[in-house]
Design a protein around this ligand. Structure first.
Ligand code: NAD
Length: 358
């Protein structure tokens, strides 16, 4: 029997609540599908700072590197907002991604038919939306030098090298080959030199994928088009900051940020996490939606562990829970039969996944 080693990083705020539910669901499919999972919990974020004085202890990096995959909740909160930048939870997360070399962040945005009324957009605009944001994760303005600030000035630098663009473009084109074979590359090439290089290199990579149709779009237009007609997109290829913003925008197509998963890959070990943050405003109340994290666990099974059938079972169980009318508070106003807590939603999905005959 295969036994996988998973590093669990719960983090801050709602992180522990949502990770516990994902583990419940993973355990349910592991036992029905005949594989084992050995978890090792390590700290990152505010809690790691409180315990070790460092938001990213070395043990966390080492454990992650020795694992088959990392399942991650969320970090951050007001309590740590005034620390020096390198001690802040968010710095720990950025450093973690860099250490693991996970340069590609895959963020699918789909609309569940059952939640068609949960979006702020009209049903006819969003029905059938199925897009994938492929975001570069360890370059661009979040990492570029020089950066800094003094009393009257703050500065950051957006840098991309050809090789960084090349490798993320390959991820996008490969993803498109398994989907509808369309890539829309997002940039600001009318203003930014870095975007002109981005565009040139994406065109080069495109030559290796003649079946894939490539288009380019300026980021400001993309922000508008995502709301006007999201179905026009299949794969959206973006740099770090543009993808950060557009994928949060895309999350509202589905109705709640609590529904959307992500996978960060590119090197040996991938990191699987919801796209939302630690939601301090609702932490500890048992009302967080665990679906984004459970869905991230499904991506982990699919992309990192090659347990496709188990991943399909989880996806089917999430759809079933929603179609039966189970809703956490964030989506409770839409055709709810029953409003459930974080842990009730986790148990319902775990039970459905275990019964699923896929
Ligand atoms: P957030 O995503 O935590 O929350 C935004 C809003 O969405 C809040 O109203 C929250 O209650 C709601 N929300 C988020 N997840 C939800 C869920 N699963 N179920 C129901 N509602 C949910 O973003 P924020 O408020 O801007 O940031 C809070 C903290 O999280 C900050 O410290 C920020 O730096 C951090 N953050 C961390 C990550 C990460 O760990 N990857 C990502 C983004 C923000």
């Amino acid at each position: 029997m295969a036994t996988y080693k998973i590093a669990l990083i719960k983090g801050d705020g709602i992180g522990p609540e949502i990770i516990d539910e994902a583990v419940k669901v993973l355990d349910a499919v592991a036992s029905t599908n005949g594989f084992g999972i050995k978890y090792k919990e390590v700290l990152m974020g505010g809690i790691a700072y409180d315990v070790f004085g460092d938001p990213l202890p070395q043990e966390t990096i080492t454990t992650a590197m020795e694992s088959d995959a990392v399942l991650f909740g969320a970090i951050g909160g007001e309590k740590w907002d005034n620390l020096p930048r390198e001690k802040r939870p968010e710095s720990g997360l950025l450093r973690f991604r860099k250490e693991l070399g996970v340069f590609a962040n895959l963020r699918p945005a789909t609309v569940f038919d059952e939640l068609i009324n949960a979006s702020s957009l009209k049903p006819e605009i969003i029905k059938g939306v199925d897009l994938m944001v492929v975001r570069e994760l360890i370059g661009g303005i979040y990492f570029g030098e020089p950066k800094g600030r003094d009393e009257n000035k703050g500065w950051n630098t957006m840098v991309y090298t050809r090789s960084e663009v090349n490798r993320i473009a390959h991820v996008a084109f490969k993803s498109a080959m398994e989907r509808d074979k369309r890539v829309c590359s997002i940039d600001k090439a009318n203003v930014l030199d870095v975007s002109q290089l981005w565009r040139e290199e994406v065109e080069e990579v495109a030559k290796e994928y003649p079946e894939v149709q490539l288009t380019h779009m300026y980021v400001d237009n993309a922000a508008m088009q995502l709301i006007r007609d999201p179905k026009q997109f299949d794969v959206m290829l973006t740099g770090n900051i543009f993808g950060d913003i557009l994928s949060d925008e895309a999350s509202m197509l589905s109705g709640s940020i609590g529904l959307l998963p992500s996978a960060s890959v590119g090197n040996k070990v991938g990191v699987f996490e919801p796209i939302h943050g630690s939601a301090p405003d609702i932490a500890g109340q048992g009302i967080a939606n665990p679906i984004a994290t459970i869905s991230s666990a499904s991506m982990m099974l699919r992309y990192a562990l090659n347990e496709i059938e188990a991943a399909d079972k989880i996806d089917a169980a999430i759809a079933k829970a929603l179609s039966e009318g189970y809703r956490t508070k964030d989506i409770s106003m839409y055709d709810a039969k029953e409003v459930c807590s974080t842990s009730e939603m986790g148990s319902i999905i775990a039970n459905y996944a275990a019964q699923c005959k896929h």
